[in-house]
Ligand binder design. Structure first.
Ligand code: NAD
Length: 368
């Protein structure tokens, strides 16, 4: 039994379809494991715009601020393409991230054995891969001032500024060390301390936080360009990678693609601890609203279900239950069940979104 609240924002396109399957897993947790959540739902993105003329109503923002975890499906779609920038569906998601101050973006790259052939790398390089990239999300070069395009003499100059305070580095470093303690207990910090002062400070602060609070965790450092090479060469050497906003943007996309389909990739964005000690948290699949397949029962719900598993592990301290959900996903894949996005050249017939959700619940049943 938990007293924990989850706010579900299913959003647009395939968002509500994949979230229906997450509800089945949440219901299973309650009926089979006695773990109940106080689940409520609200609108975000185009759905919120249709109802309220804004992609995120103030009431919804308030509810998100007080929820123990927010679970989001996806936002956007062609219907909203011509809206003014200020009310586009994506603005709802950006507002959530900004106002909840979600500074640590967690992107796991996990390769289920049954899908190892989907990677562009050799099977033995990726089979069993399970790494986590922690990207600083609210500072760095995407936000630093001065920025802009100026003219000096006859030349235009494009300017962005990489700027990190030590407290910004320290808090994301803490997130990474805390995560590592729940996983393989290893952190590799990546920056460019050889050519950037912000990288020098990054390395110093990570070392200081490590020495003062997390000396039980194994820490290493790598220049981000070397890190990119190592991710492609032998990714299994890593457990948790912590890096800044820009390098994290690139490295997490590269690492994600080591593992195959977009329909498989969960994510979490975490902020500061709330009064109850839990971090502010938003969990969402990496994919978008997939308008090309929306409403056809073709969407793969696994990314969203694995996002819920991340909530179990990182918001609710239910790591064993998260393992159980991940093992159920592994089992259905090992049994050969595939949604359309996971069909390779071998000419299998795909199962529907609902069938995949039901198969995962059946695998959960079998795990008892
Ligand atoms: P997308 O992720 O929606 O789709 C890219 C491709 O992957 C499509 O072919 C789609 O069918 C496929 N795909 C994605 N998720 C899938 C799943 N679960 N199962 C099976 N196939 C899946 O990206 P896009 O097409 O560039 O964007 C579509 C809309 O989504 C746009 O409006 C975009 O702004 C929005 N978007 C939202 C988010 C978000 O909500 N976080 C992220 C990215 C894009």
């Amino acid at each position: 039994m938990t007293n924990s609240s989850i706010l579900i924002l299913a959003g647009d396109g395939i968002g509500p379809e994949v979230m229906t399957e997450v509800h089945k897993v949440i219901d299973w947790m309650s009926s089979a494991r006695g773990i109940t959540f106080d689940v409520s739902e609200d609108l975000v993105g185009g759905a919120a715009y249709d109802a309220h003329g804004t992609p995120l109503h103030d009431d919804t923002m308030e509810r998100a601020q007080s929820a123990d975890a927010v679970l989001l499906g996806a936002v956007g779609g062609p219907k909203y393409d011509d809206l003014d920038f200020s009310v586009k569906p994506e603005r709802g998601l950006l507002r959530l991230r900004k106002e909840m101050d979600l500074y640590a973006n967690l992107r796991p790259a996990q390769c289920f054995d049954a899908l190892a052939d989907f990677s562009s790398l050799k099977k033995d390089v990726v089979a069993g891969l399970d790494i986590m990239i922690v990207r600083e999300l609210t500072s760095g070069i995407y936000f630093g001032e001065p920025r802009g395009i100026i003219t000096e003499g006859n030349e235009r100059i494009g300017i962005n500024t990489q700027r990190y305070t030590e407290s910004e580095i320290a808090r994301v470093a803490r997130s990474a060390f805390e995560l590592a303690r729940k996983r393989g207990n290893k952190v590799c910090s990546m920056e460019k301390a050889n050519v950037m002062e912000s990288g020098v400070l990054w390395r110093q602060v990570v070392n200081e936080v490590h020495a003062a609070e997390y000396s039980d965790v194994e820490l290493s450092h790598m220049y981000a360009d070397a890190g990119a090479m190592q991710l492609c060469r032998w990714p299994k050497q890593f457990d948790v990678i912590v890096t800044d906003n820009l390098f994290g943007d690139l490295l997490s996309d590269a690492a994600a693609m080591l593992t195959g389909s977009l329909g498989m990739l969960p994510s979490a964005s975490l902020g500061a601890p709330m009064a109850n000690g839990r971090p502010k948290a938003l969990y969402e699949p990496v994919h978008g609203s997939a308008p090309d397949i929306a409403g056809q029962g073709k969407a793969n719900p696994i990314a969203c279900i694995l996002s819920f598993a991340m909530a179990l592990r990182y918001s609710f301290d239910l790591g064993d239950e998260a393992d159980r959900v991940e093992a159920a996903v592994e089992k259905v894949l090992a049994d050969g069940l595939r949604t359309a996005d996971l069909i390779g050249a071998e000419g299998q017939s795909p199962i529907s979104t609902a069938e995949m959700g039901e198969a995962i619940v059946a695998a959960l049943d079998a795990s008892l």
